[in-house]
Design a protein around this ligand. Structure first.
Ligand SMILES: [Zn+2]
Length: 169
């Protein structure tokens, strides 16, 4: 539920790739779901993504960072394609910016939101060796708005128009 409208939200997921006992083959995927807990008249808009890739001690990793991200929103991937995140993690580790989407990813009520991280290269086995891919999605939770059919006034969905008392829509 939004405490203000809109309200900033950051959703963080951690994807574990454990090479301590066995090789992590190329193509291994780790999926983590995000629960946005939005009400039925609220939508989430995601504007940017940040990525960190760390070792087992959560120190920035400089090797074995060949990962790609897919954002699954409802039944679709948005953006449509998986994208490389090694460069983004490296940029951010060196003081650079997050990756801003040209338009927000919209997450509607009860739409599942899942992040799938894929290791594009094999990670060789070394005792205790892990890679953590930590993804932050930066967005906002907002109450959905509609334009009144009668007078055009923009008001929250599922409520009467406060301007002309037109029917809810
Ligand atoms: Zn109206």
């Amino acid at each position: 539920m939004a405490n203000q409208d809109p309200q900033p939200e950051i959703y963080t997921t951690r994807h574990e790739f454990d090479a301590s006992a066995a090789i992590v083959p190329a193509g291994t995927t780790v999926t983590v779901s995000i629960y946005t807990n939005q009400a039925n008249n609220e939508e989430v808009r995601l504007y940017a993504v940040a990525v960190r890739i760390t070792d087992e001690d959560f120190a920035t990793a400089t090797t074995d960072t060949d990962f790609a991200l897919t954002i699954q929103c409802g039944p679709n991937n948005v953006p449509s394609n998986q994208f490389d995140i090694a460069w983004l993690a490296n940029t951010i580790a060196n003081g650079g910016e997050t990756l801003a989407f040209p338009s927000p990813i919209l997450v509607l009520f009860q739409q599942p939101l899942s992040l799938i991280v894929e290791s594009k290269s094999a990670i060789a086995t070394v005792a205790d060796k892990k890679r953590w891919v930590i993804v932050d999605l930066i967005g906002e939770l907002a109450i959905q708005k509609v334009s009144c059919r009668g007078c055009g006034f923009v008001h929250p969905r599922n409520s009467r128009c406060p301007d002309c008392a037109g029917r809810p829509q």
